[in-house]
Design a protein around this ligand. Structure first.
Ligand code: 8YV
Length: 313
């Protein structure tokens, strides 16, 4: 039997690649000299796209593949996939929810601790030999502080639970109050920022959240406030964030995501009040194994005519 053909937009770990190549004919876009002509040369036979959260699949790409049946995304965020086009064209879409929630929430708390307690600076301080000359300057406490969570989806809930373990007071912003949760709902993001010592952004990406964490939010967060972003770079108005960090109208930021990845704005690199991560919140071996398995399970279910495991569309 001939193997179904898959267009892969970016690499997965070796264990996933080996597994996929056993069941499918895999066309690797990222290895092509000229991706346009590479895609065109396989357009008539590709039945699935395997992509990653940040790479997505545009309507343009899908339109080039007349036999396309399914887009399987290695990541929970589908904001870079044109779901409207997929739905209208009968193309199924799957993602990898739940399996990455804990890791992303861990990094939300990890970034809050890292920026407030200045853990990377402390590490550099010990390395530099300065410790024998003087003690490092004092830092800011995290436990017991006011933590505002913007976006009370799976990652927001997991982050709030973790912050509760640090005896933090928690409030959250979202489109609606959730009656199943014990924390205080705040329908106004600026008001949440004004109340918060730490504002942790866990919103889904996409047009409805584009740039909502803006200059007014930073002004409300104030010179003692910290921002943590583990959502998408698109949710934050980045020039305003950079201004606030440079002018120290907020105290600092812990960031896993950016507007332009991996070529982030170079202004970030000159700052001493940030901790930066390379969009790696879900990047543990354990979670990435589970994400890859879910991508493969969805593809296998589709080609076996079975219900999809985690359908989006
Ligand atoms: C991944 C993500 O880093 O789940 C998402 O939406 O952005 C991340 O978990 C990414 O999809 C892997 O490349």
């Amino acid at each position: 039997m001939t193997k179904p053909e898959i267009l892969m937009m970016g690499a997965y770990p070796q264990w996933d690649m080996e597994d996929l190549e056993e069941s499918y004919q895999v066309h690797k876009v990222w290895q092509a000299q000229d991706s346009e002509s590479f895609i065109a040369s396989h357009a008539e036979s590709v039945r699935a796209i395997a992509t990653r959260g940040e790479l997505g699949a545009s309507a343009d790409l899908m339109k080039k593949l007349p036999k396309l049946e399914i887009v399987s995304c290695y990541g929970v965020g589908t904001d870079a996939i044109d779901l409207t086009h997929a739905k209208a064209s009968g193309i199924r879409v799957t993602n990898t929810p739940d399996v990455l929630t804990g890791d992303v929430a861990d990094i939300g708390i990890g970034l809050a601790l890292s920026i407030a307690r200045r853990i990377p600076d402390a590490h550099a301080y010990v390395h530099s030999g300065n410790w024998s000359r003087a003690n490092m300057g004092l830092v800011t406490r995290f436990f017991g502080k006011k933590v505002g969570i913007a976006g009370m989806g799976r990652v927001g809930v997991a982050t709030a639970r973790r912050a509760s373990g640090f005896d933090c007071d928690i409030r959250y912003f979202d489109v609606a109050k959730r009656d199943d949760l014990p924390w205080t709902f705040e329908p106004d993001l600026v008001a949440l920022a004004r109340w918060s010592d730490f504002l942790i952004v866990t919103l889904a990406g996409g047009p409805s959240t584009f740039g909502v964490v803006n200059a007014a939010v930073f002004e409300a967060l104030g010179p003692e406030g910290y921002l943590v972003n583990i959502s998408r770079g698109t949710t934050v108005d980045e020039p305003s964030l950079l201004d606030a960090l440079e002018k120290r109208t907020i105290k600092g930021a812990g960031l896993d995501v950016f507007r332009n990845e991996p070529g982030i704005d170079r202004r970030f690199l000159a700052l001493d009040n940030v901790v930066l991560q390379p969009h790696h919140a879900s990047g543990t071996v354990e979670t990435r194994k589970a994400m890859g398995q879910l991508v493969r399970d969805n593809l296998a279910a589709h080609f076996a005519g079975q219900p999809l495991v985690t359908p989006v569309v």
